[in-house]
Design a protein around this ligand. Structure first.
Ligand code: GLC
Ligand code: CA
Length: 538
């Protein structure tokens, strides 16, 4: 695969604006705050920023409950602040994409308010109504911890309405052509401000049909292809990134023949990376990669370790989920729906070698990796906060008041900073890691640099080798001129690695570990949780 498209060989960075940086000290992170931190983001080696929803919202679901699709939430700034952020991001040589919440609105959205009271309003038909709550019984419930049904009774309308997420998030009715047009206009509204595309939220659920599970329906794909046509015709450099939490064979169709999404998150890979280090066995990574169908040449996977949601365990078997919960979520508070509400660093017990190992695995596999803000410094979580707020706490910039996030009174912060224990901002913050060569942030920067140097690491060609030792995940990557061998020790003990009769040079390894490699040896020993990337001189 050649790289003609900017998103195919890139590093993405996910930001929750409210908890990134507060520019006016009201306790809430804002768009100007991100603009002020662009140098920092750029210095990591990031190529594209993804912003979680920034629109007016009652915030019952972190802003995924939008009440006005054509404005900025006043807490975060103004449309002008947004345009400024987009321009400045571009000046920094980076791209920026926003969240497009296609599936639903807030129940506080004008459309819904009017729809429920006025049955002849054009907005009534923006939503999915029913006299009974018995339709579409084969559709699963996603937020199993809080929701009992995908139908809720609306007193004002005297009918039930359909919602795949929280009760306060009525689904839009895509059988209505007006809704189809509205979403296209929303796209144009934001793309006209210069953004580089969207991460499209919850795309499998746009249509519902009796007798199906109401996911991944042909009608849904047909409409998504229309959104792609709009992009190709009107904004050809922009991208669509799919959030479809599905098995590889259901995920693959979202890329179509290169005429649907440009990118899709690789959901099934993510939990298997955690599983592999817990088991000291890379089999599940190898299996899921081999079950992943080839993708069109203009597409790319977006790979990740964590994001703003719970670490979802929807794409694993029941036994695997049980294992993951027992291993990584021993306390009930750590569990949410079918997942685990913890951050990367605490999941790895703060062991920076293990955290780096996970990044190394991610970076040695095909795809464009995305880093969740704060995970570059190994931020912790607060499992006592509500819903998924525990993995969305303020960015820890320094050990100043409020972690350098805001100068507001601590009681006014949008979410509390983590100020206790091993992950407190007194220990874990950007400033204290900046000058330490061995810090997580600098190790990650180094990995990103190497990843960019060997840009074929993003490509789709790879081969698992040395498969007889499942304790070491060994991946061969190549282009016309170079071959890299990437060895990752998933176990708690040293492992012998056999390179065979090759002439090679060590490119990179866990900086924290004393690797003793003599390029004349066929064998070398890889310490516990260490990795080594080796270039073959062929
Ligand atoms: C996506 C978002 C999640 C949100 C849900 C409903 O899964 O990532 O945060 O709760 O959609 O919009
Ligand atoms: Ca603010």
């Amino acid at each position: 695969m050649g790289f003609s498209k900017w998103y195919q060989n890139a590093i993405f960075y996910e930001i929750n604006t409210r908890t990134f940086y507060d520019s006016n000290n009201d306790g809430i992170g804002d768009l100007k705050g991100i603009t002020l931190k662009l140098d920092y983001i750029k210095s990591l080696g990031v190529d594209c920023i993804w912003l979680l929803p920034i629109y007016p919202s009652p915030l019952k679901d972190g802003g995924y409950d939008i009440s006005d699709f054509y404005d900025i939430h006043p807490d975060l700034g103004t449309i002008d602040d947004f345009k400024k952020l987009v321009d400045e991001t571009h000046k920094h040589g980076m791209h920026i994409i926003a969240d497009l919440v296609v599936n639903h609105t807030s129940d506080q959205c004008e459309w819904f308010l009017e729809a429920q009271t006025d049955k002849i309003s054009p907005y009534h038909d923006y939503y999915v109504w029913s006299e009974t709550d018995q339709k579409y019984q084969d559709a699963r419930i996603i937020f199993v911890d809080t929701e009992k049904s995908n139908w809720s009774w609306n007193e004002k309308a005297g009918k039930y309405y359909w919602h795949r997420f929280y009760t306060c998030q009525p689904d839009l009715n895509y059988d209505n052509p007006a809704v189809q047009e509205e979403m296209k206009n929303i796209m144009r509204f934001w793309l006209d401000m210069g953004i580089d595309g969207f991460r499209a939220d919850a795309v499998p659920y746009l249509y519902q049909r009796e007798g199906t599970n109401c996911e991944n329906l042909p009608e849904t794909h047909a409409y998504l292809k229309e959104l792609r046509q709009l992009i190709d015709q009107e904004y050809p450099e922009c991208i669509l990134l799919a959030e479809a939490n599905q098995w590889p064979h259901d995920l693959r169709p979202y890329l179509g023949d290169g005429d649907e999404f440009h990118m899709a998150f690789h959901f099934p890979l993510m939990p298997r990376i955690y599983m592999s280090v817990a088991l000291g066995d890379g089999t599940s990574i190898m299996e899921i990669m081999e079950k992943t169908p080839a993708i069109p040449e203009n597409c790319q996977w977006c790979t990740f370790l964590r994001n703003h949601d719970e670490l979802t365990l929807e794409m694993v078997t029941d036994a695997e989920r049980k294992f993951m919960w027992e291993k990584y979520a021993p306390d009930d508070r750590m569990r949410l729906n079918l997942g685990i509400r913890r951050r990367l660093a605490p999941l790895m017990d703060g062991n920076i070698n293990k955290i780096e190992l996970l990044y190394a695995i991610l970076f040695s596999l095909p795809g464009t990796p995305i880093i969740y803000y704060g995970d570059e410094i190994g931020m912790g979580d607060n499992i006592w906060l509500n819903d998924r707020d525990g993995v969305r706490t303020p960015m820890q910039w320094s050990d100043d008041i409020n972690a350098g996030f805001s100068a507001a009174d601590s009681n006014r912060l949008f979410l509390p900073v983590i100020d206790k224990g091993d992950f407190s901002f007194h220990h874990i913050n950007v400033a204290s890691q900046a000058d330490k060569q061995d810090s997580l942030i600098n190790r990650l920067k180094q990995l990103i640099k190497i990843r960019k140097e060997f840009n074929f690491l993003s490509s789709q060609s790879y081969e698992f080798i040395n498969r007889e030792n499942v304790g070491v995940l060994s991946i061969l990557r190549w282009n016309e001129t170079h071959s890299l061998l990437c060895f990752h020790n998933l176990t708690a003990k040293a492992q012998e690695v056999n390179i065979g009769e090759e002439d090679y040079v060590l490119i990179h390894s866990s900086p924290g570990m004393k690797l003793n490699i003599n390029p004349l040896d066929e064998l070398f020993s890889l310490p516990a949780y260490a990795y080594a990337w080796i270039k073959l001189r062929r």
